[in-house]
Design a protein. Structure first.
Length: 238
């Protein structure tokens, strides 16, 4: 890691709580004693390699986040709170464009993944510095079947080649910006940023993630989050 490197983090937090069955956007639901998105933001705040954080939220929530998230929790690395777009990738592009233009690496992390670790951030950034693009992922443990439209198995896939993508994902800023702009021009829908980089013919390196690095999208995930949080607190007690 070069001391002079400027590392930006873009944290999209655009959920609306539909799958949660809640009127409150999922990122503002409480996990433990703080809002869900604050868990991840505090890890990026404490990371010694992160220079700035761009928080991307629905336009109507920007003022609330500045007052009740950034100020209330002392998140000094959040340099901007910017409005998101219709899709996740639109929001991420807004975030990338708001980063310092001299940034070397941009890390993208979903606010709905509260259990990111400083080690994941460091590892994915260092790998992106070396290879240009890197993501956190975990190997598939179950047997995976490819199924046709009629509900019949077409083939069984080899687990050795299958990984489940997570965030954080890190890229050289120029690569990520170009990938997103090209995706927008081509009208591509992407569920993660690495896909947009892959379609440019560039290689993406894999960093071992963790099963605990869950994405909270429904009530069952939130219950699992409570269990992980409780277990981590118990482990940290003397």
């Amino acid at each position: 890691m070069h001391v002079a490197d400027w590392i930006s983090a873009v944290v999209p937090a655009g959920g609306r709580g539909v799958r949660m069955g809640s009127d409150v956007p999922k990122q503002f639901l409480t996990l433990g004693d703080i809002p869900l998105l604050v868990h991840a933001l505090k890890i990026f705040e404490s990371s010694s390699i992160i220079s700035e954080v761009i928080l991307v939220v629905p336009e109507d929530d920007c003022a609330y986040c500045r007052d009740h998230i950034v100020s209330m929790y002392g998140l000094k690395k959040i340099s901007q709170v910017v409005g998101g777009g219709r899709r996740r990738q639109d929001s991420v592009l807004n975030g990338i464009q708001a980063t310092n233009p001299t940034s070397d690496i941009v890390v993208v992390h979903d606010a709905a993944r509260p259990f990111v670790t400083e080690r994941m951030i460091t590892d994915v950034v260092e790998t992106a510095q070396k290879h240009g693009a890197a993501i956190v992922a975990i190997p598939v443990r179950d047997t995976v079947k490819r199924v046709n439209v009629d509900g019949f198995v077409k083939e069984t896939l080899s687990r050795e080649e299958l990984w489940v993508a997570q965030t954080p994902q890190a890229f050289r800023r120029d690569i990520l910006l170009r990938a997103h702009e090209q995706g927008a021009t081509d009208g591509v829908d992407a569920t993660d940023d690495a896909f947009l980089v892959e379609r440019m013919g560039l290689s993406v390196s894999i960093i071992q993630g963790s099963p605990d690095n869950i994405k909270v999208t429904n009530p069952e995930d939130l219950q699992m989050g409570y269990a992980i949080l409780t277990a981590s607190h118990n482990e940290s007690r003397p």
